[in-house]
Unconditional design. Sequence first.
Lengths: 178, 252
Amino acid sequence: MDRGDSKARFANVVIPHLDDAYSVARWVTGNRADAEDVVQEACLRAFRGIGGFTGGNGRAWVLTIVRNAAYDWLRKNRPPAVVHVDDLEAVERMRSADDAAPAPDNPEAALIARADEVKLEAAIASLPAIFRETLVLRDVQGLDYREIATITDVPIGTVMSRLARARRRVIEMLGAHR
Amino acid sequence: MTENDRLLLNAYIDGELDPAHMLEFEQRLAGDGPLADERARIEALRGAMRERLPRATASPELRRRVAALARPRPFAIDWGARRGLGAKWGAMAASIAVAFAVGSAATYLAIRGDRGEPDLLVSSHMRALMASQPVEVASSDRHTVKPWFNGKLPQSPRVIDLAAQGFPLAGGRIDVISLTPAPTLVYRARQHVISLTALPVSLRARGPIRPIDGYNVVEWTDGSLAYWAVSDLAAPELENFAKAFRAGDAEP
């Protein structure tokens, strides 16, 4: 593939998904400036790797690269944030340690529906990275399970259990901080 | 509630169960109070996230930096320099590069002009997606969008409200296709954008249209104009949009 082709393909495949890329990076890194660095790095990687894109779901391909770049960034800049991917028990332990206030397990749906933006963001931001990304890919970006499984490189069953746990935990937190 | 129930409930809410399990689970929900309560909580959370967490969008500055990578002609830009010289210099270099890119992209489109309308329409659609917003007049009100075209084009297109069908109007812009200024309506379908361009019938499709670079293209005519819809929506959904628009057109 010559350089001109790469540029054209990059423009076709990557640039239309820039908002999605930025949104995912912002949720993983937690702030705008770092998210921009991550997207820029991811776009460079995507540009170099565009010859390897075999067609199909361009958005999933781009978000996979963004997600990997974001994790590299986390590992480098926020090592404690990267929880070992399948150590769910550790995550559960962490949860009981950091919940100071007793949370009602089953708050009213109306209370959750009223949660304001700040509380909602804080609750989601406090999730371990792998849970946060699954929840965000599903409920903010609107991707289906198969796409999320591709992007996060886990089986669909893992996507299901992460999503269920992420939602449960956010619900509990929204119930706790009245 | 077992762990398995919880997974099924989430998959049910996300529409990921197959039809048989969907029905079966619906029946269980009807007779299981705690399960139904949990469903209400999850739906409430989804609703709150959808309403209160606006999707982040890439800043124009980031957009420019990334677009500079995809310019059709190489124009050396040292990515390392951003950190080395400080962000200000990087930003300045990027905007200078963009000024060049605009010129060369125009040339590029003109050279590609013989590839036919579908290519040009997809190019316009992509160009619009790369801009900070895909419309020049942003409004979901057809009574705002239609008059906006009046001052700019000899005839303004029919503007149809399709919000009820799941395709809210986002606004309009003017594209130039084969040297013809053409009104383009922009609709949304969930998070996808649909560009609907009206062209003279002389510029209608000359054969079957294949998807171009992942974008589907649908064309039809009402006798006086040829309508072209371009989107990354799945082909059947884009066909539904076309159907809805044609059905709306028939109303007085």
